[in-house]
Design a binder for this molecule. Structure first.
Ligand code: ADP
Ligand code: ZN
Length: 766
């Protein structure tokens, strides 16, 4: 027998190997194997089996990893689709479907010695006093870990071995699972009675799930094989019937309860579920809500968690619990979409609009779109949830590709917070520069402190101030490696680049030789300065900052949130880290210190991002009994992103934003492929980019509806010493374009130090 193997080298090619007799029964499609490749030993994945090969003198497979095929044929198929659609080497796509810990098998199962009492044949033999004491414990416990026994009985392994010699006990190695949540105490919860909007949403989802299962029982895979392997269809052009739902529900509308009950239905059907959550929202609280519902009671099942903060051993064990079919529900970040749940009934993508679902390195897949494709391949229903859906998903509802379900009101009868927009231009009168806090916001904070309520202040930039600038000659301290200015970090007295991490000492005079002015000043604003200024105004307030600079140790995040929850803090100042998902009943005021920050990004999604951010941050206010209030400080109070979010009007925002996207043929009305050339020599990069444009015109220039822009310098021309130029392709039919690009790009040659990368459906034009 021959196995075709995809090696972990991006060669865009598969190789045939002999299956030696002693491995014959163990190798199947999806098996991970080690094979010789030249002088090296390389890992790979079996993609097909055959009786014969066209090649002669095949080398044999050296070793199989894992007892079962690690990549199921279904996941293998998904990886193929990713390679084609996102225009990357199939090996690269395949590599990303297994967690590193499973792929490299660096962390196997943890084994522990266990002591087990054997059935007594007749009388208990005569035992020494110490032995008798140890035996008494074993007899009562029947089985326990050796180390625990040694500790309990205050004895030695030698004494215990003597009981083994007498035939009373057996000492065996048992697998001991690493459970990352072992220390959490979870109280079981029961399903809540749903309100009418929730009930309607659940009924629609369940009806579709039942329909899919019925079709599934006639032919195992209604969609698989039909179109996906042969034709290269994008997520949006794929149809079966529509089994994708967009659950648009305001913050606190009870989306999670709908997810929980839909998952329960999947379990009742004998199928499993995957729940995707942005990494940042994957808090113990979130995990606990799922564990509490499913780890006890009638539907008892293991809930596995895949999270980048797990140790590799924990990740190994969680993943294998899924592969063995013991865990039927998976909660995880982006890559959990590849979890080997089989059969799969339901995929939930919570906060579907989040950028973090897009992987920023090859394979540059978008987990939401992969979820939809996987759902279609495996007959699973997909539910996308958000308070601020992406333009893409809402557009797909309008086009009838997804079904829109709405939860317009909060489930807990809490009112939406009152949002007040503060025009910061007004506060500048008097010429003393811009204050951080408008009088209105200052007053509102004072009120909350007085009433012992809590406040969240949000600013999407860490550090103290954003730039160091000379008022005389205009010199700005910039990064030597990147085209951005350095941020001043006050505690360390350093200037720091937020892209490459470069640091410098703070100059005392202007570094410009012709100037040397001693009055060099800081401008712009970061969270450190907000914290400091606030402490000056309210010296007795208990204030903590939450951004990536403030979190030094692994448990800082949990500790600070714990203190805030317990009322040991009055004000939390933070970046997007505190914008999402957190639920604090005593927070009655949210201040957005500077809303314009996100608006000025050089990206066509800047307005959409701002709308989402403002809505999400505002959603932190008033989740308890007292109504919440939100202050949005801005210099552009009439910007649509600000005005529509003030009125909690998603549909209004969508309509006007879509008009702008239609004019410029930006997504969602088209799809984008962004080609980036990068290298250290700017001239070479520019030259190569022009050459690429020329080649593209020959290859795809005639494609219907194609728009080609560039080459142009990337919005951030230089990062980490590399210059970057971009060509943007806009097309109504991405699947065809990626197919052409996949053929063209490997055939072109570039100067040694210039590389080209492709990003299909980029989330960020950076
Ligand atoms: P979302 O996920 O939409 O932000 P949550 O699921 O967190 O909303 O729900 C917000 C609050 O409302 C939670 O405290 C939840 O327990 C409660 N809740 C949800 N559904 C119901 C219901 N049907 N009846 C009563 N309370 C509910
Ligand atoms: Zn830099």
């Amino acid at each position: 027998m021959i196995a075709r193997v995809s090696l972990e080298l991006a060669l865009r090619k598969e190789f045939d190997y002999l299956i030696p007799a002693d491995l014959a029964g163990q190798i199947e499609v999806g098996s991970r194997v080690q094979v010789p490749f030249g002088p090296r030993k390389v890992l790979g994945c079996v993609t097909a089996l055959a009786g014969d090969s066209t090649r002669v003198k095949l080398k044999p497979i050296l070793k199989v990893i894992g007892a079962k095929a690690l990549v199921t044929p279904k996941v293998l198929k998904l990886a193929r689709w990713i390679g084609e659609y996102y225009c990357c080497a199939p090996e690269t796509a395949l590599k990303s479907v297994l967690p590193e810990a499973v792929r490299r098998e660096q962390a196997g199962w943890r084994e522990l010695l266990h002591v087990r009492a054997l059935p007594l044949a007749g009388e208990l033999p005569k035992l020494a006093k110490r032995q008798k004491e140890v035996w008494n414990i074993i007899e009562e416990r029947r089985e326990l870990p050796l180390t625990e026994l040694i500790e309990m009985a205050e004895t030695t392994a030698a004494t215990i071995r003597r009981l083994e010699d007498k035939g009373l006990i057996a000492i065996t190695t048992e697998i001991s699972e690493r459970d990352p949540y072992a220390r959490e105490h979870v109280l079981p919860t029961l399903p809540l009675p749903l309100n009418p909007a929730q009930a309607r949403a659940l009924a629609a989802i369940i009806t579709t799930m039942d329909g899919r299962q019925e079709r599934g029982s006639q032919s195992p895979n209604p969609v698989t094989g039909l179109r996906l392997t042969g034709s290269r269809d994008s997520p949006s052009t794929l149809r079966s019937i529509s089994a994708t739902f967009l659950l648009h529900g305001v913050t606190g509308s009870g989306k999670t309860e709908v997810y929980l009950q839909a998952i329960a239905h999947a379990l009742e059907q004998g199928r499993g579920a995957i729940v995707l959550v942005p990494e940042i929202s994957l808090t113990p609280q979130t995990v606990e809500r799922f564990k509490a519902r499913f780890s006890s009671g009638r539907l008892q099942t293991l809930v596995a968690v895949l999270h980048s903060h797990l140790s590799s051993g924990e990740r190994h064990d969680e993943w294998h619990k899924i592969r063995q079919g013991r865990a039927r529900i998976v909660i995880g970040a982006r890559s959990a979409i590849f979890a080997p749940i089989d059969p799969l009934g339901l995929v939930i993508v919570d906060e579907e609009h989040e950028n973090t679902y897009k992987q920023e390195e090859a394979p540059r897949y978008h987990a939401r779109d992969v979820a939809i494709v996987r759902g279609q391949m495996e007959g699973a229903t997909v539910v996308l949830g958000s308070a601020t859906p992406s333009m893409e998903s809402f557009y797909n509802c309008q086009k009838g590709k997804y079904t829109l379900l709405e939860l317009p009101e909060r489930a807990d009868d809490k009112k939406m917070p009152m949002v007040r927009v503060v025009d910061m231009r007004q506060t500048m009168r008097g010429g003393k520069g811009v204050p951080i806090f408008s009088p209105q916001l200052k007053e509102a904070i004072a009120q909350r402190l007085e009433r012992k309520e809590q406040v969240i202040l949000f600013l999407n930039r860490r550090g103290y101030s954003t730039a160091l600038q000379c008022p005389l000659c205009g010199f700005v301290a910039g990064c030597p490696n990147c085209s951005i200015s350095l941020t001043y970090h006050r505690p360390e007295q350093k200037l720091r680049c937020h892209i490459c991490g470069h640091t410098e000492l703070v100059p005392t005079v202007c570094p410009n030789d012709k100037c040397r002015h001693p009055g060099i000043r800081y401008s712009g604003l970061g969270t450190q300065k907000v914290e400091e200024t606030l402490l000056k105004i309210f010296p007795r307030a208990r204030i903590k900052r939450m951004d990536s600079d403030a979190l030094k140790r692994k448990d800082d995040f949990r500790r600070i949130l714990g203190d805030f929850r317990a009322g040991r803090l009055d004000v939390l100042v933070g970046t997007q880290m505190i914008a999402k998902g957190l639920h604090f009943p005593n927070v009655t005021l949210v201040g957005i210190v500077y809303a314009d920050m996100a608006l000025h990004q050089p990206d066509f999604r800047a307005g959409e991002r701002t709308f989402q951010l403002l809505t999400q941050v505002a959603g932190r206010a008033g989740r308890g009994d007292i109504e919440g209030e939100v202050f949005v400080q801005t210099f552009t109070p009439f910007h649509p992103a600000i005005q529509y979010s003030r009125r909690h009007d998603f549909a209004g925002f969508f309509e006007q934003e879509l008009e702008f996207r239609e004019q410029l043929k930006y997504p969602p009305v088209s799809r984008i492929a962004l080609l980036t050339m990068k290298g250290r020599n700017e001239e070479k990069v520019k030259f190569s980019a022009n050459h690429l444009r020329h080649e593209l015109e020959k290859a795809v220039g005639e494609m219907k509806g194609l728009i080609m822009k560039g080459p142009a310098p990337a919005p951030l021309l230089r990062t980490e010493t590399y210059y970057r130029y971009q060509i943007m392709l806009q097309t109504p039919r991405m699947s065809i374009l990626s197919h052409h690009l996949a053929q063209l790009l490997p055939s072109l040659a570039w100067p040694e130090d210039v590389v080209v990368s492709v990003d299909v459906d980029p989330a960020d034009l950076g």
